[in-house]
Design a protein. Sequence first.
Lengths: 103, 225
Amino acid sequence: MAQRFHAALADGDGQAACDELSEETASKLEQQEKKPCEEAILSLELVKGGTVADTRVYVTGALTTLAGGRSDFLDEGPDGWRVSAAGCEATAPSQPYDCELED
Amino acid sequence: MMRRFLRDNSMSIVFLLLFLAALFGQAIAGHADFNDETQSHGDPTISLGRYVLSSEFGAAVMENWQSEYLQFTLFILLTVWLLQRGSPESKELDKAGRESDEQQKVGRHAQQNSPRWAKLEGIPRTLYENSLVLVMTTFWLGTWLAQSLTGAAQYNADQLDHREDPVSWSHYITTADFWENTLQNWQSEFLAVGSMAILAVYLRQRGSPESKPVGSPHGTTGVEG
């Protein structure tokens, strides 16, 4: 899932990348950037391509860490897993991650 | 034949049915509550089947199971030595302790129809003498471990929801969340056993083996109706 998202970014395919986002995250991005999702997503500083180094799943949430160290958060819904936050970096122990894109 | 079987086993059958009905009800209500909660956070809902297989449901079930098995383990074990004057839950006041082989009908004091392991000596008999507590303790520890594993997954799901790092199992069992979920169940079990032991001194339920006979004096200990 996360790998498909980053591969779509590497291909410059904003629509495919937006298809991997949760509804809430996509609509938040459109509101913030005041552009359609497929355009707005390509203007963010997100990792393009890359491989998943680690995935941890808990109930309906998952944390995926890319080989470069940045992480994505995923949520499981009726249509499967979707990216709810991307381009996240740990700030300090017991503190929330700082994300480039989130719902 | 069938009627007789149902009558002879009505206690275990009725409690099994009550258990299944309550577990089903918990699954329905828990699923609705879970989806209410996720929707209020703007997260997607999940199916009933997915919920029943989730750690969310597992933790809610296991935390109650472990406390029930702990309650019965302690009740069985501590009533070997602890007494309550006047209570049908207590042994007679001069019988505290593990009692003699003769009183317990073991070894050479076993009767013809005693269980085979009660007639043996050594480790097999020691195991059989303590088999109820051993099995209940195993259930308690197994369900408590299951509570900690499912609870850790549930806790970590919340951590991810708050965009925080998940924690390890060994860290989770030191958290206030784990101990609150554990102790809130333990306290209610201890209260129930303690109040049963003392209320049964003065109150009666005609026909129940958990009560003394209605006309038994309050001071009579170790007599069940």
